[in-house]
Design a binder for this molecule. Structure first.
Ligand SMILES: [Zn+2]
Length: 60
């Protein structure tokens, strides 16, 4: 299981075939080859893809 790409936490859970959830920064992420996609989970449960620039500003 890959560490969280944002905070490098190992407190992650698998939520799909290539999808993971970080319990430390509350995002979902997926590894597609060498490409990492990061998603914020909206209140209605939908996923919103985040850009790395947004993540730097809002989570770190
Ligand atoms: Zn994290």
């Amino acid at each position: 299981m890959p560490n969280c790409p944002i905070c490098n936490s190992r407190a992650v859970g698998r939520v799909g075939t290539d999808q993971f959830y970080c319990w430390d920064c509350f995002v979902e992420y997926s590894n597609m080859g060498d490409q990492v996609r990061i998603y914020d989970i909206a209140e209605d449960g939908s996923l919103e893809e985040l850009e790395m620039a947004d993540i730097d500003a809002s989570l770190i």
